[in-house]
Design a protein around this ligand. Structure first.
Ligand code: ATP
Ligand code: MG
Ligand code: MG
Length: 550
């Protein structure tokens, strides 16, 4: 019998439903539109969406757009595209926090009315200083005890545009001696004379995150507000705002550990820096782990979904091996994609006993593990290209590929034996001469003798030249992402462009984002940005070998 183990979030939700705290589950994913989504966001979005399905509840996509200084519609659009691509359905529940600005303002007025908020004139630096430290209590602002009427008048003046940025703030009146720094009269509204992508110039005061977020959840009837661990000590404040603004039932915040990946740059701020400093080719550079980059690299939503499931949810921070993400895409594509022949670093082979001018079409299965993918015809002739590394003049022990006197199988074709080779003046091999045995044709049932090596090839007369891009990590955790002077420590070999790769002609009839296995070389995807009709660019998604084992 299957043992169904519940993660700690499910356990809490079960309890809440049992106790009748909520009738139905409602979750949300609340991105701030200040950058593109990354794999960490995918984890959070898929987790919340998954819970809503599992409990037959509702899921909201909500743009947490309360800080116009960093936000932009470009990001709103990209987030919608990415969330849709991940397979998350939000069409009946697309929300913008900025649509609640009126309601939030009313909540602030309610707090003022209850004597729980005041307008402060201290500067940001003074507020920080008065707040005290973890070991010393804070000090009351001289403006803390204004009358309700005065606070109301000043707050209305803030809204009306009477004050410049930073001249006045509205603060919650909680406890300047609280051991939890978040409770020491947090700022809840500030003045910012800046246009908002949604509300234009309607507002010149904007709510702070810690005030806005619980209200957004409460307004939407969210039951379980799942966020990352760094908000754990904001929870008392979250609960305070929901309670004092008199929402019932109150949403419940539950924290889980952020996803971290080895040798990977996560965090919108960091990624934005790489984009702004033009170290990468935009937010969708295939070396990044933004959703748009993973898509462009050739990742599938299925592989990302599987990865997120495999990682699971935890209450303690940890770092996941990037090899696990690679494992997931490899597993996903293994039987789904055709296995084609592409030569990344070509060297010419001439089959001396194959008649010049003759050619034949060989039928090759597209994927031996998946007969449903059928077969294709591949042209074979006297002149071929193979990988340079598949030939050695003086091979080491256990090298089973081509070398003088050795016989190998050409994949899907014939056995060939190397009889000679030529080199240029630097010693670089220029041509390899072979003879073939017509008896050994693949599929002919030949059993006369066996060879130890099988190598892939393309026909010189038919092959097409394409650009191939190979990727490595941008950073190395062991070296560190930044240097002592704050500059970035970027792997200089993170992108390798191969301009002489040769592929089967079938690979010219491809569309952006199509993906294939290139036998022995890995999985590759047609770049959606730089490919042109008849001139595809192939990104390596992942190599075939894995350091990761389940
Ligand atoms: P970043 O730290 O990368 O800038 P963020 O947390 O500022 O991201 P938001 O748009 O505010 O980005 O986050 C939307 C949601 O995604 C939040 O609920 C946040 O907790 C979650 N989230 C962000 N990063 C991760 C991560 N690495 N793992 C899991 N969830 C994450
Ligand atoms: Mg944020
Ligand atoms: Mg952040």
């Amino acid at each position: 019998e299957e043992v169904v183990s519940r993660n700690f979030i499910e356990v809490e939700i079960d309890k809440d439903l049992e106790k009748g705290v909520y009738k139905e589950v409602c979750t949300r994913f609340p991105p701030e539109p200040n950058g593109y989504l990354h794999i960490g966001h995918a984890k959070s979005a898929l987790l919340n969406f998954g819970l809503s399905k599992q409990y037959e509840g509702t899921f909201h996509l909500r743009f947490d757009d309360t800080n116009p200084i960093k936000e932009d519609v470009e990001y709103v659009d990209s987030i919608k595209e990415d969330i849709t691509w991940l397979g998350i359905d939000f069409k009946d529940h697309l929300h913008f926090a900025s649509d609640y600005f009126d309601k939030m303002y009313e909540c602030a007025l309610l707090l003022i009315d209850k004597g729980l908020a005041y307008v402060d004139e201290l500067s940001a630096a003074e507020i920080r200083e008065y707040r005290g430290t973890l070991t010393t209590p804070g000090k009351d602002s001289p403006f803390r005890n204004r009358s309700i009427e005065e606070n109301k008048k000043l707050f209305e003046e803030m809204k009306a545009g009477k004050y410049k940025d930073g001249e006045r703030v509205l603060r919650a009146k909680i406890d300047m001696a609280s051991p939890n720094m978040n409770m020491r009269d947090p700022v809840i509204y500030r003045v910012a004379h800046i246009s908002h992508h949604n509300t234009g110039d309607a507002w010149c005061i904007y709510p702070m995150y810690d005030f806005a977020h619980p209200l957004e959840d409460a307004i939407e009837g969210i039951t379980h507000s799942i966020c990352t661990l760094e908000f754990e000590d904001h929870r008392p404040l979250y609960d305070w705002f929901v309670r004092e603004c008199e929402f019932n039932p109150a949403p419940r915040q539950i924290e889980f550990a952020k996803l971290n990946l080895t040798n990977t740059i996560m965090g919108k701020r960091f990624i934005k820096r790489l984009v702004d400093e033009k170290i990468v080719d935009g937010w969708d550079d295939p070396r990044l782990v933004t959703i748009s980059a993973l898509r462009r690299r050739g990742y599938t939503p299925e592989a990302i979904g599987e990865f997120v499931k495999m990682v699971g949810v935890a209450k303690a921070n940890s770092v996941v091996d990037s090899a696990m993400l690679e494992y997931c895409i490899r597993e996903d594509l293994k039987t789904k994609r055709a296995r084609m022949m592409a030569i990344l670093d070509p060297v010419k082979v001439i089959i001396d006993n194959y008649p010049a001018g003759q050619e034949e079409l060989l039928s090759i299965p597209n994927n031996l593990e998946n007969p449903e993918l059928g077969e294709r015809e591949v042209a074979f002739g006297r002149e071929l290209y193979i990988e340079r590394e598949d030939f050695m003049i003086e091979p080491p022990k256990k090298y089973f590929r081509l070398f003088p006197g050795n016989e190998v199988r050409l994949m899907g074709a014939y056995f060939v034996t190397c009889v000679d080779y030529t080199c240029d003046e630097t010693g670089k091999v220029t041509e390899i001469h072979c003879t073939y045995d017509p008896e050994t044709k693949s599929g002919s049932g030949f059993t006369g003798r066996k060879v130890k090596g099988t190598i892939h090839w393309v026909s010189a007369a038919h092959a097409k030249q394409v650009e191939v891009r190979l990727y490595e990590n941008l950073i190395d955790d062991e070296v560190g992402a930044t240097n002592e002077d704050g500059s970035l420590n970027i792997n200089p070999d993170s992108l390798q462009v191969l301009e002489n790769a040769l592929v089967e002609p079938a690979l010219m009839e491809v569309s952006p984002l199509d993906s294939f296995q290139f036998v022995r070389n890995g999985f590759f995807c047609v770049d959606s940005k730089d490919s042109k009709p008849g001139q595809p660019v192939f990104n390596r998604i992942v190599s075939l070998k894995s350091s990761f084992r389940l």
